[in-house]
Design a protein around this ligand. Structure first.
Ligand SMILES: *[C@@H]1O[C@H](CO)[C@@H](O)[C@H](O)[C@H]1NC(C)=O
Ligand SMILES: *[C@@H]1O[C@H](CO)[C@@H](O)[C@H](O)[C@H]1NC(C)=O
Ligand SMILES: *[C@@H]1O[C@H](CO)[C@@H](O)[C@H](O)[C@H]1NC(C)=O
Ligand SMILES: *[C@@H]1O[C@H](CO)[C@@H](O)[C@H](O)[C@H]1NC(C)=O
Ligand SMILES: *[C@@H]1O[C@H](CO)[C@@H](O)[C@H](O)[C@H]1NC(C)=O
Ligand SMILES: *[C@@H]1O[C@H](CO)[C@@H](O)[C@H](O)[C@H]1NC(C)=O
Ligand SMILES: *[C@@H]1O[C@H](CO)[C@@H](O)[C@H](O)[C@H]1NC(C)=O
Length: 897
């Protein structure tokens, strides 16, 4: 309906003729000043998104003081081009470098930029969005194309630029979604392209932005100013509106050098530079009249509706007692309930409350009481666009985005809204077109999909048909599929799915309400009988290649294997591997899916944030490493690969890793009882008794000893602390974060590392000063851990004076040599004092200032064991003998309990 009007709409066209008048000093494609390259962040242009399409690097545009980015973060498709140098020279230099490059889209019918503006929770969103197009004969064809521009699912404008000119177009919009898409649509009249795309946050109280509508800028004029050929914009205008001067015959120019008073509640924030100039009529009985169509020689659609914003500020000091009172009519309707008296230097903005229709003719006149003729400082004209299309239901959109990311699907037509407009519906989808379109069918058959059936599929709650047949999907058929109540067709045939089919789905297929196709999945059990048994087999189950195949065995066999294994003392442990050993590396999208898009933070450490997740039925902790490795991608992979094969019952099993560009993550088995620091803090529900504490001390010592002596080359932990000692469901300790130092250090054999890792308080003072890393640094940190276990105090005691735990223990012991004051009073004397003394002795030896005086972890383990009669503690088996020999790979110990 509004299409015609918009196609004929006036856009900013600067022809060669106009621009030839401009004196332009060619700046070439000068590199941004190095001074500005450094960390120019949001505080430079808060909330702005500025994309110089086709640019090869981010830069600060010194003309405009705006920091422009490349397309990289906003679109995946298209190709970059340079415009001709002649074009650049003939066009307005004030637009900065954005006309130098462009991005064009030879492929696909619709290509979309996705903008994710920042906004504060609860705040209403409202943005100015501007796109610019300068063809500049980039393709040498000397013929500018014509194409359509969409804002999300709604038509915005037909881009039709002349070969030697550029166009820009602007919309003010209050979206209901968090993301905004700007799409270029090929209408078979040439290859779409774009030069720049900008988004500016607005204060919502300005302009009449209603939901389900937007304002399309027709014109924004600074009247009364001198003749200039550039736009006034940022930084004069905090909203980066572009103002163009306008000279109208019969209007007299007036100006002032004094800035208008900005301290009032002037929400429109029209720049002082704009308000300082104005036009005035000849005399009080003469109107300031403007007919938009006549002035611009255009024809407005008689169905379109418009808003006009008049900006005033009295810039003439009238004689005392004299007043300037004005009355405004727009299309012959009075838009003021009563005439307004302009006050000196006080900005005021007037607009029509009800959009006017068909044309834009206004008249500003002085009332009979006015002592001065009417004036006008600036004005803006917007077309109101209503009757917007509804986008696809947001839950479906999110689900599709997750599915797309999870499988890494890059189909040219999978851009923009999945269902709307219908002609651009994503391939493989079918939608119902109600008030909010919904996805009712997803067909991804023969799409080379790997991984599992994406959990997000179950979020497509109105799905009637799902076809993921003939891919390489593995894992289970998610139970959640049975929650899709409208599902009538489910085809998962021709994959590598295992386990069983959710019973409800089988039921539905039996009574005819679901057409279920599952053929061609070798390990998929199709009867309800196998249901229970199969659940035991999780992807992390260990198999003995050659000896036992454990891939889909019953619990019974499973147990027997363990027995055999422990009897044979792990002789053939080097032949073991994960069933799913290939699955050690995860893609970022898999990590997203595993963590349900980083839903739950379970910890924060020096190396990054830890998220809760699930792989199949295994709970995992995903540590996103906050800084990327100093080593290469390859090396990270190698290291992570090795670490996933280091298994010991006193180490947190590392299941896998992700290494995608700067996104690196380590995936551990999740430890239900959290970390030791928390348990000791007293904030946790469980209170650790003496025996539990001793067991934890011993387990941790054994874990460290294994890292030092059981691995080849040895692994030095470098960040031993109570936070890195995790407790499983039986409160047995497991060292976590081992090997991070391997991944992060570039020390090679010299053990001289460039970056000192570790946590204050735990850091070996010798290592700190010499920067020489050896395993005795771990011994030192472990000594601190022992002291914490004994005393129940934190490493830095937060009394009035911050005291280190070593100092505190030493001074307590120095007083009377008695340990009573040292041991955690919360134990209420319930401890073996002899053993406690021994542990304190070991701890103090570990924290000896000089590393040569510290024991090895091997000695520590032996000493600790002597403190406690064997057998008194759980089922602790003796350290080293049980440990897999150096360099060997075992997945057993984590199962052997
Ligand atoms: C202000 O008005 C004076 C007098 O008409 C004119 O000479 C001058 O150029 C104007 N200045 C601006 C900035 O418009
Ligand atoms: C600016 O406006 C404020 C509030 O309207 C007023 O208090 C102040 O006196 C004004 N300042 C000048 C210089 O006019
Ligand atoms: C006001 O100016 C107009 C245009 O110059 C002129 O025709 C008219 O006579 C003037 N009126 C008065 C009262 O001066
Ligand atoms: C608002 O303007 C439209 C179009 O000019 C008109 O049809 C409508 O009656 C007006 N509404 C009000 C409340 O004045
Ligand atoms: C303002 O203009 C309207 C419409 O032309 C008119 O009806 C009204 O009387 C005017 N008010 C004054 C105070 O001149
Ligand atoms: C999915 O698409 C394939 C290939 O286009 C087709 O053979 C199959 O019938 C479709 N599945 C459904 C459920 O429509
Ligand atoms: C088929 O079974 C499902 C699940 O038990 C049930 O919800 C559905 O109503 C049944 N449909 C028919 C047609 O019996």
């Amino acid at each position: 309906m509004h299409t015609d009007s918009m196609r004929s709409a006036l856009v900013w066209i600067f022809t060669l003729n106009v621009c030839l008048q401009i004196l332009f000093i060619p700046g070439g494609d000068s590199k941004p000043h190095p001074r500005f390259r450094e960390k120019i962040t949001e505080d430079y242009n808060p909330g702005f998104i500025s994309i110089d399409c086709g640019a090869s690097n981010d830069y600060l545009d010194e003309e405009t003081s705006i920091f422009f980015k490349t397309d990289t973060d906003f679109i995946e498709t298209g190709e970059n081009f340079l415009t001709s140098s002649q074009f650049i020279q003939t066009n307005d230099p004030d637009l900065g470098r954005q006309l130098h490059t462009l991005r064009s889209f030879p492929e696909g019918n619709r290509n979309c930029y996705t903008l994710k503006p920042e906004y504060k929770q609860g705040e209403q969103k409202s943005y100015l969005i501007r796109a610019m197009f300068g063809y500049g004969n980039y393709d040498g064809k000397n013929h500018a194309p014509t194409f359509d521009l969409y804002l999300g699912v709604n038509y915005w404008i037909n881009v039709n630029t002349a070969t030697n000119s550029y166009i820009w177009t602007e919309i003010i919009h209050a979206p209901t979604t968090d993301t905004i898409q700007v799409c270029l649509v090929n209408i078979d009249t040439g290859t779409p392209f774009i030069s720049s795309l900008e988004l500016r946050p607005l204060s919502t109280s300005i302009y009449q932005i209603m939901s389900q509508s937007y304002l399309h800028l027709k014109g924004r004029f600074d009247v009364g100013g001198p003749v200039v050929n550039f736009y006034k914009r940022y930084k004069d205008d905090i909203y980066d509106r572009r103002w163009y001067w306008r000279d109208v015959k019969d209007w007299y120019k007036i100006n002032t050098t004094i800035d208008v008073n900005k301290s009032g509640n002037d929400i429109y924030q029209v720049p002082a530079e704009i308000l300082k100039t104005a036009v005035q009529s000849f005399n009080r009985s003469y109107d300031l009249y403007h007919d938009y169509e006549i002035e611009w020689n255009v024809h407005l659609n008689k169905y379109s509706r418009y808003y006009v914003y008049f900006h005033f500020a009295e810039i003439q000091k009238l004689a005392p007692g004299l007043r300037r009172i004005i009355n405004i009519t727009l299309n012959d309707e009075n838009i003021l309930s009563e005439p307004i008296t302009l006050e000196y230097m006080k900005p005021v903005t007037i607009s029509n409350k009800n959009a006017t229709q068909g044309f834009v003719r206004f008249s500003i006149r002085a009332t009979a009481e006015s002592d001065a003729p009417p004036i006008l400082n600036a004005f803006e004209v917007y077309e109101l666009i209503t009757d917007l299309n509804s986008p696809t239901d947001i839950k479906d959109v999110d689900a599709m985005e997750n599915i797309k990311r999870y499988y890494g699907i890059s189909r040219i037509d999978w851009q923009g809204d999945p269902c709307v407009p219908e002609i651009f519906r994503w391939s493989g989808l079918d939608c119902s077109y109600g008030i909010n379109p919904r996805i009712i069918s997803l067909n991804l058959s023969s799409s080379k999909l790997g991984g599992q059936i994406a959990a997000s599929v179950s979020d497509l709650s109105e799905l009637q048909s799902l076809d993921v047949s003939d891919n390489s999907l593995n894992g289970f058929v998610p139970e959640s599929l049975s929650q899709l109540e409208y599902l009538r067709i489910l085809n998962i045939g021709g994959n590598k799915l295992s386990g069983s089919i959710p019973a409800k789905l089988i039921e539905r297929s039996k009574n005819g309400s679901l057409i279920l196709s599952v053929d061609g999945n070798q390990n998929l059990c199709t009867s309800t009988q196998c249901h229970k048994r199969n659940r035991v087999v999780i992807p992390l189950v260990v198999t003995l290649v050659g000896a036992f195949i454990l891939s889909a065995v019953s619990l019974f066999v499973f147990r027997r294997v363990q027995v055999v294994v422990s009897m044979t003392k792990l002789k053939f442990s080097n032949k073991m591997e994960y069933v799913d050993s290939k699955k050690q590396e995860f893609s970022y999208s898999e990590v997203q899916s595993i963590t349900n898009n980083f839903e739950r933070v379970v910890g924060k450490g020096g190396f990054g944030t830890v998220y809760y997740g699930c792989i199949g039925e295994t709970q995992v902790a995903v540590k996103m490493l906050s800084h990327s490795s100093t080593q290469g991608v390859q090396q990270f992979q190698t290291e992570a690969n090795i670490l996933t094969r280091v298994h010991h019952r006193c180490l947190t099993p590392l299941i896998g890793y992700c290494n995608e560009g700067t996104r690196t993550a380590l995936i551990y088995e999740y430890m239900t009882n959290g970390d030791l620091a928390e348990k000791l803090s007293g904030q946790s529900q469980t209170f650790l008794g003496w025996e539990q504490r001793f067991q934890i001390a011993l387990d941790s010592a054994i874990g460290l000893e294994y890292l030092h002596n059981g691995c080849k080359p040895p692994i030095i932990h470098r960040d031993v602390k109570t936070r890195n000692i995790l407790l499983d469901e039986n409160l047995r300790a497991k060292i976590s974060d081992f090997g991070l130092s391997r991944i992060f250090s570039d020390d090679g054999d010299t053990h001289v590392s460039t970056a000192i890792a570790g946590t204050p308080g735990y850091l070996d003072p010798e290592y700190n000063t010499t920067n020489r890393l050896n395993e005795k640094s771990d011994v030192y940190s472990f000594g601190i851990v022992l002291l914490e276990i004994i005393t129940g105090r934190t490493v830095i005691l937060k009394a009035q004076v911050r005291t280190h735990i070593i100092k505190w223990v030493s001074s307590m012991l120095a007083d009377d040599g008695e340990i009573d004051g040292v041991v955690d009073t919360r134990l209420q004397g319930e401890y073996d004092s002899e053993a406690a003394r021994k542990v304190i002795d070991v701890a103090m030896a570990c924290v000896a200032p000089s590393s040569v005086n510290r024991p090895t972890m091997n000695q520590v383990v032996m000493e600790l064991k002597q403190c406690f009669p064997v057998g008194k503690l759980g089922t602790t088996s003796t350290g080293s003998s049980e440990i897999v020999s150096a360099g060997e790979i075992s997945g057993l110990s984590s199962l052997a309990r």
